[in-house]
Write a protein that binds this ligand. Structure first.
Ligand code: HEC
Length: 512
């Protein structure tokens, strides 16, 4: 018999599932992490096995709102279809543990910093969140005593209390205004709604739960003026009463040499660039807004960070270069206020002068929107409170050169695994392909394998003789390039699966 049901074995925790869970779930699902329960042992995972199956099959977990089929981004927090299938087969098979001796050791999270030896590290004073039923946005000034003009090339936020630190924006302020505001307030920091109340402060980074440290692309850095203060705005949600936080920030600075200034700016925003404003969403309406901005000079963009609040339901941005080439940038089809970030591109994107940037966002201010803070719905307008709305697209950008697109930020087909562990269960290997018209070349292949595909968004996987995945990437219609430079010589099976996990193509590939 052929088909998925002929898989005789069930994957085990120790050999197959632990690696996936320790790599992709434990960073949030651990003691003190953002996820509300731990997934750091067999017992934990066994307890939640069915929820894990459902949340991963629906692609709700790990949380990764951008649509990969619109554009793949750097450091995507996603599971491959194989990994999803292994969790499901394990849960459906009763969640066997297998031989505990074969499981990778659980990851340890002793507050390790990724930037192990930061050039600047600073921590805010301990702040006890006062009782309140409202969200609390507070800015803290970190005097960092940086004596010379420098460039930030790496940025890491280490939340003091992961249960209450919901997001952090970090600004550089060379005007002293933030320090004056802080001095005027006897408690640590000062109240700040939306911005930090300082004109001229520059955004240098932002952090949300689950976000990894951000490193700027090679030869680019965010300027940090001599003597500037770092100002950290922290959002504590309502109900954080009497809890204590002391969040830290670690910066890596450029050691010198040639470095280009880059900036993080909301280039598409809800006021000057809004073409169908003002941003007013009457009660019981669903409205879509657009913003648009034409670049005056060649620019290279390295990252994009869409931002809106609660009643937003989708956000999308793209660019149209002179000559009408459309460049997809990001599509978040199901906007979720809880998961926002500054998403880096896998390689910087070059935009010639007179490229038009377009943003689009839809807001559902009806009672059907579960995230609507008002019951019954009330008119929502542009504003700083979480219950107001916004429409921003932050861009990491610099003056552009066409060659910038050769800078590699991330070309790994799949995020690195905990201790480089591997899953070995040969799932799906017996599936049949009904009709296969994908074309592959050259045969044999060397560093690059090309293949032409016409069946819509899909996942490409290269397997070795044991069925183990050695390379996986998302593909779209057209000629796709698979980087085989890191793949050893030998015979492999190339497989393509559609969004539903159905096998659509299988071919032998000989890597020279
Ligand atoms: C970036 C942090 C993060 C990662 C990574 C992550 N989770 Fe979660 N998870 C959360 C948070 C936070 C919640 C709480 C519910 C919420 O706010 O949506 C949650 C909730 C859940 C739930 C409860 C049901 C649900 O859908 O809300 C399950 C099950 C779950 N996660 C499984 C997983 C599995 C399995 C993985 C790895 C494959 C994973 N999570 C990876 C943060 C994360």
């Amino acid at each position: 018999m052929i088909g998925a049901s002929s898989i005789a074995q069930t994957p085990t925790w120790s050999e197959d599932v632990a690696c996936i869970v320790y790599s992709h779930c434990a960073p949030c699902h651990r003691e003190g992490g953002a996820g509300h329960f731990s997934l750091t042992s067999f017992t934990d995972a066994y307890t939640y096995r069915n929820d894990m199956r459902d949340a991963t099959q629906l692609r709700l977990m790990p949380p990764w709102p951008p649509d990969q089929d619109y554009r793949t981004l750097a450091h995507e927090r996603v599971l491959s279809q194989d990994e999803i299938d292994i969790i499901a087969a394990w849960a459906n098979g009763g969640g066997p543990e297998g031989d505990p001796g074969l499981a990778p050791p659980p990851p340890t999270f002793s507050g390790n910093w990724v930037i192990a030896q930061p050039d600047i590290t600073a921590r805010m004073e301990e702040y006890v969140v006062p009782p309140s039923t409202n969200d609390n946005y507070r800015a803290f000034v970190l005097p960092i005593n940086n004596p010379v003009n420098s460039h930030i090339t790496g940025f890491e936020v280490v939340p003091g209390n992961t249960e209450i630190v919901h997001h952090v924006l970090v600004f550089a302020d060379a005007t002293g205004q933030a320090q004056a505001l802080d001095d005027a307030d006897p408690a640590p920091g000062y109240a700040s709604f939306g911005g930090i109340g300082v004109s001229g402060a520059k955004l240098v980074g932002l952090w949300v739960p689950g976000a990894d440290p951000v490193f700027t692309p090679a030869s680019m850095g965010i300027p940090l003026e001599a003597g500037a203060d770092l100002v950290m705005q922290v959002h504590y949600p309502a109900g954080s009463n009497a809890l204590v936080d002391s969040t830290r920030i670690n910066l890596q600075l450029s050691p010198g040499g040639f470095i280009r200034d880059m900036a993080i700016d909301a280039i598409l925003e809800h006021f000057l660039t809004l073409t169908d404003g003002p941003l007013v969403i009457p009660a019981n309406t669903v409205k879509t807004f657009h913003n648009q901005y034409t670049t005056a000079f060649p620019a290279t963009i390295t990252a994009i960070g869409p931002h809106a609040h609660l009643i937003c339901t989708s956000m999308k941005a793209f660019a149209v270069a002179p000559g009408n080439d459309t460049i997809p940038l990001i599509d978040i089809p199901a906007w979720d206020f809880r998961w926002q970030g500054l998403y880096q591109f896998r390689k910087p994107i070059f935009l010639p002068a007179n490229t038009v940037l377009y943003g689009e966002a839809t807001y559902d201010n009806t009672a059907n929107n579960e995230s609507n803070p008002n019951d019954p719905p009330e008119q929502v307008t542009l504003g700083e409170a979480t219950t107001d709305e916004m429409m921003l697209f932050y861009f990491g950008w610099t003056y552009g050169f066409p060659i910038d697109t050769t800078i590699v930020v991330d070309i790994d087909p799949h995020p690195a695994h905990h201790l480089d562990c591997e899953t070995s269960f040969p799932i799906g290997i017996q599936d049949v392909v009904l009709k296969d018209d994908a074309r592959y070349w050259p045969i044999p292949s060397d560093d690059v394998l090309y293949f032409e595909w016409k069946k819509g968004p899909a996942e490409f996987v290269l397997r070795d003789a044991t069925g183990r995945s050695v390379c996986a990437l998302r593909v779209t219609d057209g000629v796709n390039e698979v980087d085989l430079s890191a793949v050893r010589a030998g015979l492999y099976l190339a497989e393509v699966r559609d969004r539903e996990g159905r096998l659509r193509s299988r071919t032998k590939v000989l890597r020279q």
